[in-house]
Design a protein. Structure first.
Length: 112
């Protein structure tokens, strides 16, 4: 959290991704100045123990959907290699076009 605060004070935009962070940790990051969830729905998740048996633990992806002040960055591709098309649609419905940063892989492959 100290790094996030310091970087933000220096004018940097701080993002978080490829993590098993809980929504509570993401919320603490937001209070410290976190701005964006990077590589949304790509190598993310929470492997913690669920509070209720048989349920999944929410992680950074769910936090990004819920926290309005957090933007999300995705790498969409037509084959769903980075983000499943359903997840991309869900993100768009939750965040809207103004809260999503799109990263492309133009020219790197036929499927990208």
């Amino acid at each position: 959290m100290d790094f996030i605060r310091t970087a933000t004070e220096c004018g940097m935009v701080v993002g978080v991704g490829h993590t098993e962070a809980t929504p509570e940790l993401v919320a603490a990051g937001l209070r410290a100045g976190l701005k964006v969830a990077i590589h949304w729905s790509n190598a993310t998740g929470n492997l913690g123990q669920p509070h209720f048996a048989g349920t999944s633990c929410p992680g950074i992806d769910e936090a990004a959907l819920d926290y309005d002040e957090l933007s999300a960055e995705i790498i969409p591709d037509r084959d769903g290699l980075h983000v499943h098309p359903l997840m991309a649609r869900l993100l768009f419905k939750a965040k809207g076009a103004n809260r999503i940063l799109v990263i492309t892989r133009c020219g790197l492959s036929e499927t990208g």
